[in-house]
Design a protein. Structure first.
Length: 739
């Protein structure tokens, strides 16, 4: 009798032990493949994102439907993010469509999402619109569908849930779509459908059809508006003009945060359980505790809104009348009742029965165990960490298990392959899916990029993660890059009375915005005051011609329009710039003729050092690192500025350059502006260089006289490889053996 047979045969809720995180997704994939569908409730959005990625490794053939929670607080004044709403509506509408018998379905959601009620299935039943090239459909009907289902009209379509019209062209960014679409209408005939890039509006390619689904859980139609008005008055009494929510909805306008009154727009709300029907539902480890904590948080926010007169007035004075907890969220009693009825149970990584609510549940062992964590070797200075990892790998292979090592990115995978190979591990094979594991040759080790945080053991497989080896990995979300030319200067950033500098007219004073009429058309202009009472009206579209005056305002004399003083200062400054440039060119030419040491990063040791970096390098960070290493290997003296905000990874660039230099027998000096930074960098460098034959010291006024003397002697004799210090490093008595 298999594990799934035993769970299915159970007449009450079970605890599925021996199912650590990661392995539980494998069990859920098997369950979905067997039952046709299954649902897993995890503790938070981060765990859900990991589960989605891990599922792609275990079962890429399983249809994965994620259902996130709103990304705002309960009873908030802001609406959920449009991407979150799109994701939720895409999943709900997909659940209403019958699943294909040959494609199993796994629904992944969070405790917070499961505890919140959703629009009823009847309200979403017919809210689909398919349009194919060549269809006959009035453009006004399409626009009407979009407006009723939460789409917002805009001048240019940039984000999901927006639409724009221009003549016979209708641009729409459908909910859940990767790209917006541009539909060409000739009368009622859809002549073409193309996708395009929202950033530059350029066409990507033609598509045969497009599907539109609701972008919001609130529908502003006559029936729903009437239902809202009646329910709002019944629950909160008569309203006045000081209630912008009521006024906006009554006028058919969307209102920021109106989703928190969702129960008033529908006759009744349902739960996600109603959508999945008889699918087996399982909770991840800690999900029950997360549910209890979430219910307490909801109650706390509801009480804060309910108990404050006026529902807690915002700065704008708008009243807030919260809907009852039980109408928008499951109650604690309903949560417990739903847990008791789950056709699945709860996962646990442990192999002993759990006791919850005073009742001992039936326990079934899934056969998995937590994997090996190498934290005890990471903290020891004189231990070969990767040597111990390879010893563990060979032990598992000798016990008949196939071994898989996971990495969090392509870069860390390549680094792990190189470091493990340098330490003697042979036959490392890249794999892409769980099905490849069974085909690994005896003694071979699989290497895969996946989102596993911790490894696990099964009777036939040992999975080891990058985090097991190197410690906690912290992945930076890769946001969309913003091009400098797309940054728009805004006149609202100026205050009346601020001093500004016009590129042609010099120093003036910003006196506010004013609309003037030119050539029969109104123009918004910045009014700039100059000496002698002169005024200049600068159109807002030419705001790039001015900049802030970058000095103290006291005693500043305003220039006169048409005066010679500003032009004279500009000419004088241009001459000084030419003189400075001439001197800099001479210095740069002299440096270019000099030669320096060639520093080449040692491949094996350098990769091992880089592997200790607990983040995934960004593209710009890797470019900076490669550029600096290229500088060191060029054999020329080099100046390079690495610029970035706090936490962007500048120190890591310096660490890798220092490592490459120190391992070549050269000394490195890190000069910092403050003693606090000196101490901070000293600890960072010491931790990263632990286990390598590199001596790191610090030199500042907080170091004892004895240590200062030893450091100076070590620098002169070459005992000290890397020194971190303040301007004290520039003193005359500091001598280096080979800097």
């Amino acid at each position: 009798m298999t594990i799934l047979d035993r769970i299915t045969a159970a007449t009450s809720r079970v605890i599925i032990g021996g199912a650590p995180e990661g392995y539980d997704i494998r069990l859920m994939a098997q369950w979905a493949q067997r039952a046709g569908c299954a649902m897993l409730i995890v503790q938070d959005d981060q765990a859900m994102a990991r589960s989605v990625e891990i599922l792609q490794f275990f079962a890429p053939d399983v249809e994965c439907l994620g259902f996130p929670a709103w990304d705002c607080l309960p009873y908030d004044r802001v609406s959920p993010n449009v991407d979150v709403l799109n994701h939720r509506m895409r999943t709900l509408t997909r659940l209403l469509q019958p699943a294909r018998s040959d494609i199993p379905r796994l629904i992944l959601t969070t405790v917070s999402a499961y505890l919140q009620r959703v629009p009823p299935r009847a309200a979403l039943k017919d809210r689909y619109l398919y349009i194919r090239k060549g269809d006959l459909i009035p453009r006004e009907d399409v626009i009407g569908f979009l407006a009723r289902n939460g789409y917002v009209r805009s001048d240019t379509v940039i984000e999901a849930g927006e639409y724009a019209t221009r003549g016979g062209i209708l641009d729409v960014f459908p909910a859940g779509a990767e790209h917006p679409v541009r539909m060409d209408f000739f009368g009622d005939d859809v002549e073409g459908i193309r996708t395009f890039e929202p950033e530059d509006q350029r066409t990507i390619g033609d598509v045969a059809q497009v599907q539109f689904i609701p972008v919001s859980e609130v529908f502003l139609e006559d029936d729903s508006i009437s239902r809202f008005r009646t329910a709002y008055r019944e629950q909160f009494g008569t309203t006045g003009r000081d209630d912008p929510l009521y006024e906006s909805v009554s006028a058919g306008r969307r209102y920021v945060g109106m989703e928190h009154w969702l129960p008033l727009f529908h006759e009744n709300l349902e739960t996600l359980q109603d959508y999945v029907g008889g699918c087996p539902v399982v909770l991840s480890h800690h999900a029950v505790e997360a549910g209890q904590a979430r219910l307490e948080l909801i109650e706390e926010y509801y009480a804060a809104r309910r108990d404050v007169p006026g529902g807690g007035l915002a700065s704008g004075g708008a009243p807030y009348h919260p809907v009852p907890m039980g109408s928008l969220f499951l109650t604690a009693i309903e949560w417990e009742a739903s847990l008791a009825k789950l056709k699945g149970g709860a996962f646990s990584p442990f192999d002993a029965p759990d006791v919850e609510s005073g009742e001992t549940h039936r326990h079934i062992d899934a056969g998995g165990r937590l994997g090996r964590d190498f934290v005890d070797f990471r903290v020891q200075r004189d231990v070969d960490l990767f040597g111990e990892v390879i010893t563990h790998i060979r032990t598992q292979q000798n016990e008949g298990r196939r071994v898989v090592v996971t990495a969090l990115s392509d870069g860390s995978r390549d680094r792990l392959r190189k470091v493990l190979g340098e330490h003697g591990l042979s036959s490392i094979v890249d794999i892409g899916a769980w099905t490849d594991v069974a085909e690994l040759a005896i003694g071979a080790t699989g290497l895969v990029v996946s989102g596993f945080e911790r490894g696990f053991l099964t009777p036939d497989v040992a999975l080891i993660t990058e985090q097991d080896i190197l410690g906690e990995r912290m992945i930076r979300p890769q946001g969309r890059k913003v091009k400098p030319e797309n940054i728009i200067a805004d006149a609202t950033n100026l205050n009346v009375g601020d001093l500004v500098v016009h590129v042609d007219h010099g120093i003036g004073r910003f006196d506010g915005l004013e609309t003037i009429e030119a050539l029969g058309a109104p123009h918004d202009c910045l009014q700039l005051g100059y000496g002698g009472g002169d005024r200049l009206y600068l159109p807002v579209e030419n705001i790039e011609l001015i900049s802030r005056y970058g000095s103290e305002d006291a005693g500043v004399q305003l220039d006169r329009l048409g005066g010679a003083a500003w032009q004279a200062r500009k000419a004088k400054m241009k001459q000084r710039v030419r003189e400075m440039a001439d001197a800099l060119i001479k210095v740069a030419a002299a440096r270019e003729l000099q030669t320096g040491a060639r520093i080449i990063a040692q491949p094996g040791a350098f990769e091992e050092f880089c592997a200790r970096f607990p983040y995934t390098e960004t593209e710009d960070q890797m470019n900076a690192i490669e550029a600096v290493l290229k500088d060191l290997a060029s054999g020329r003296n080099t100046d390079r500025l690495v610029c970035g905000d706090v936490g962007f990874g500048k120190t890591e660039v310096a660490l890798r350059a220092a490592f490459a230099t120190a391992m070549e027998g050269k000394q490195v000096a890190i000069v910092v502006p403050t003693t606090l930074l000196c101490r901070q960098h000293f600890h960072n460098f010491t931790d990263r260089f632990r286990g390598f034959p590199v001596n790191v010291t610090q030199l500042s006024r907080l170091v004892t006289a004895k240590n200062v003397k030893e450091t100076k002697a070590g620098l002169e004799t070459g005992v000290v490889d890397i020194v971190i210090g303040t301007h004290a490093l520039l003193a005359r008595d500091i001598k280096f053996r080979d800097l």
